[in-house]
Design a protein around this ligand. Sequence first.
Ligand code: AMP
Length: 280
Amino acid sequence: MLIIRSVKQLVKAIDRLKKEKKRIGFVPTMGFLHEGHLSLVRRARKENGCVVVSIFVNPIQFGPTEDFARYPRSISRDRQMLEKEHADILFLPEVNEIYPKGFNRYVQPGLLAKGLCGRKRPGHFRGVTTVVNRLFELVRPDRAYFGKKDYQQAKVIEAMVKRLGVKVKICLCELIRDFDGVAISSRNQYLSPEERIRAKALYQSLKKARRLIQSGIKDISHIRSELEAFLKAHVDQIDYVEIVNSENLKPLKRISGRVLVAIACFVGRTRLIDNRVIKG
Ligand code: AMP
């Protein structure tokens, strides 16, 4: 696996791959890799001649009170995991490579970024669309892989690519859960053993949502209050519990078609998200 730290070197390597007519599959990450990330890498490996993975903790997608400085990092472990998955290139840029002096090509995230995490984390999705667009320009992938763990992010990126006419296929990958149902996340490592047990409540509340919806209940405010009451018993703070249209992410009053149930909660100081698409 080639490890590349500079934009100049990356551009050269990608030029070479393009000349060889290799299909490039790209997996952007913030590192501290786990089975969720690896599921994306494995799919990219199957579907492309060349796999590029980036690890970049993007400062502009973190709010001033968020965990940028303490975000977990473990490059040597990540590197070994990617070697095992036969990734071809690991791109590991410093901040000044991605955002050189005078950088001003920020990308607006569009309407899909208005609700859910977008409302709770102002500026977050602008940071995400800006970095992903910049990485797309550098890596020039044929396909890029995103997890449904960050469902809204994946939808925002799909819309961005469409709007800007970027020629890349966005591939959405299933959310990977731990043995006990907890959505795997780099941030889970912040949790104490006791918090880790309470974190199960997010997944359990999604299962509850499925039961309620499949029993024929249509009134969303009723379902939300049931979920909130359940979550309150386990988590320290509910950031949001929302039920929206699974495609345009618009709020609904009644269940109709495929809905996204999306949850964000604090367990201790750690903000966790989870979601599930449910057919009404
Ligand atoms: P991150 O490093 O958290 O920015 O995540 C990088 C990519 O991995 C994003 O597309 C995430 O949605 C995806 N990802 C993270 N955790 C999971 C998971 N548990 N299941 C599926 N994809 C995931």
